[in-house]
Design a protein around this ligand. Structure first.
Ligand code: UTP
Ligand code: MG
Length: 616
């Protein structure tokens, strides 16, 4: 992907301001008022020094007005002093008030910008493929949404606006100074080219470096995420010191880069200071000389110095935050790169809504591999008719999970076709296709929320009765009711309880049942259940399965035995398919598998009795 130059990044960031035109207009007006009030600030001081204390004739831009005041108050110096002080107070208070309003308005726009970008990133990242997320890891994604979205604010309101307002202030003050003393006015501009040079020199370095730091920091967050989501394993293996070491190594590199970045930022700020202090000293000297030569009053010099301070002041503070602005360019590049990443799986042009499918699944000579290109599925073909139950058996790593992942298009085939109801899955609108498929994943995943919420995730508009019916079918109702809060029991979060593996599995089965889709895929759905629970679930499933095609990656012989068709998968190929008895006769591998599966099994007759006892 081509690297966006900062300029492109600014344009992109500015485009986020579009919806806030009205607020922006208010903000700009406030900025102008702020600049004008900044211009007025030193004048009461000049009035006091030149006219109340000294005896200078009125001079400068407002000289007529000033002369009027002086002649009105005549020789009453104390009155003039008091007037000067009152004006001083009013001007400063007013300017303070304006700056509060300005900050508030700026924040109210800025926070909205951040939220907008965050929402966009969140949406876009969700649309990217499973492959993308598996490769990238959740930590980095979280850092990305959380951290990088600030860039849109700091590039626009935080960066450009103060710079623009400093430039405008400088221009306005130049005009005022020009009417007081042209030499001083010109000198105050002398610093500008130097400032530009300093900027150019440091900007690109800071951007590059902070991009590196951000990538490293994201990696660190990924490590946290990994450790704390797998804290059981870490503890079980006593690997805390190992993780600590990993953190230390990775953290040390990050720290190193961060410190180098800080050095660049400090150097930059120091250079800005050197330039502006030099400029101020020059103005002080030339202005002082002019005062000495009586071409300028002390009050004028005060005004000039205050003006310089109010232009340079923001520049210097900005240079401290300038590092942030430059870091934001790095953030913006990352954000842009994400937003420009095309979702890998797109709807083909002319893709159709799936509607209610019948559930006829067909694989035609499907070849598939992951990124490393070692073949996972080779020439897989089979046919599953609506209402059939297909069992998939095979050794671990045979490609069972990969095979079923192709039906809801978690991945696309490399060659061949996956066909549902006579149409290639790529010709359906992705969302509508997945709406027709219920899945129980190999690893049950539960969200923070109540048990009912977790089941309802399968179909958000399901009624309570439907949720309970699904839970009953998944043999989960009894254990749910045994919890104090029943279906309202919280999972996860501070108050939440922890469920056993089998309980989690049953909830995820209930979720898939609730979806009531014509295709049901179950990846070892009952691996952590006892034989009795499993028997009950398959008993109810038998009824449900009438109207749907079920593909189950089987774990127990009892399941396999009842399947309409068994696919024996070995090394990515279907070595045989048929009913239980046929495969037993024909396929040695299948015989071996069945012997192993049988060890955890109970005879079919007992299962039925148990299930019936359960129902009664
Ligand atoms: P599967 O995950 O399809 O195997 O991986 P399986 O049959 O379901 O295995 P069990 O029973 O759950 O253990 C098939 C091959 O694809 C690779 C795996 O390493 C395995 O060799 N694979 C899987 C990847 O390369 N990337 C993935 O994201 C997943
Ligand atoms: Mg698997």
């Amino acid at each position: 992907m081509k690297q966006e130059k900062p300029k492109g990044v600014y344009r992109w960031a500015l485009s986020y301001l579009r919806p806030y035109r009205k607020r922006l207009l208010i903000l700009l007006s406030l900025t102008i008022v702020e600049i004008v009030s900044g211009l007025l600030l030193p004048w009461p001081m000049k009035f006091i020094v030149d006219h109340a204390l000294g005896s200078e004739p009125a001079s400068g831009p407002a000289s007529d007005w000033m002369a009027g005041v002086i002649s009105f108050l005549g020789a009453n110096r104390v009155a003039m002093l008091a007037l000067g002080c009152v004006a001083y107070l009013i001007f400063h208070y007013a300017s303070e008030f304006i700056s509060v309003a300005h900050t508030q308005m700026q924040q109210s726009i800025g926070q909205r910008l951040i939220f907008d970008l965050r929402r966009q990133l969140f949406g876009h990242l969700q649309s990217l493929s499973l492959r993308y997320h598996l490769k990238r890891g959740p930590g980095e994604t979280i850092y990305h949404i959380e951290n990088d979205s600030y860039c849109v604010e700091s590039l626009t309101l935080g960066g450009v606006l103060p710079l623009a307002s400093s430039a405008a202030t400088l221009g306005a003050m130049f005009v005022v100074l020009l009417r007081m003393n042209w030499q001083v006015a010109l000198l105050s501009l002398l610093v500008v080219p130097f400032l530009l040079w300093v900027n150019r020199h440091y900007a690109e370095r800071i951007v590059d470096r902070s991009e590196r730091v951000k990538t490293l920091e994201a990696g660190l967050i990924n490590l946290f995420h990994e450790v704390f989501t797998s804290i059981r394993v870490v503890k079980a293996f006593g690997r805390e010191p190992h993780e600590q070491q990993r953190f230390k190594d990775q953290g040390a590199t990050t720290l190193d880069e961060r410190i180098k970045l800080t050095l660049q930022e400090s150097l930059y700020a120091a250079m800005i200071n050197v330039v502006t202090t030099g400029g101020t000293a020059l103005v002080l000297f030339v202005g002082g000389y002019n005062v000495y030569r009586q071409r300028m009053t002390i009050g004028d010099l005060l005004v000039a110095l205050t003006y310089l301070g109010s232009v340079f002041g923001p520049l210097v503070t900005m240079s401290h935050t300038f590092g942030n602005v430059q870091a934001s360019v790095a953030s913006a590049r990352r954000a842009l790169r994400t937003l420009q990443t095309e979702p890998e799986l797109r709807d083909r042009p002319g893709a159709v809504e799936a509607g209610r499918l019948r559930g006829h699944i067909e694989f035609r000579d499907v070849h598939f591999h992951y990124d490393d290109e070692s073949p996972v599925l080779e020439g897989v073909s089979f046919d599953a008719r609506p209402g059939q139950m297909i069992a998939l058996v095979g050794l671990t790593g045979a490609g069972k999970t990969s095979l079923v992942s192709l039906i809801p298009r978690f991945y696309d085939v490399i060659s061949g076709q996956t066909i549902v109801d006579g149409r290639d899955v790529r010709d359906y609108k992705l969302r509508s296709l997945r709406d027709q498929i219920g899945i129980v994943l190999q690893e049950p995943v539960l969200f923070t929320g109540t048990i009912a919420d977790n089941i309802r995730y399968g179909r958000l508009d399901a009624t309570d009765e439907e949720v309970i019916a699904a839970a009953r079918a998944a043999y989960a109702h009894d254990f749910i009711m045994s919890k104090e809060d029943g279906y309202q029991t919280m999972l996860g979060g501070d108050e939440g309880i922890y469920l056993s593996g089998g309980e989690r599995q049953r909830i995820s089965i209930a979720r898939a049942f609730l979806k009531n889709a014509p295709i049901l895929i179950m990846d070892e759905p009952t691996s952590s259940l006892d034989a009795r629970a499993e028997a009950s679930i398959f008993e109810t499933m038998r009824e449900l399965m009438m109207e749907r095609t079920t593909i189950v990656i089987a774990h127990r012989l009892s399941t396999v035995r009842d399947a309409d068709k068994i696919l024996a998968l070995d090394g990515g190929r279907i070595i045989d398919e048929g009913r239980h008895e046929e495969l037993l006769r024909r396929v040695p591998l299948y015989r071996e598998l069945c012997e192993r599966l049988a060890m955890g099994d109970i005879p079919a007759q007992d299962e039925m009795e148990l299930a019936n006892a359960e129902v009664a």
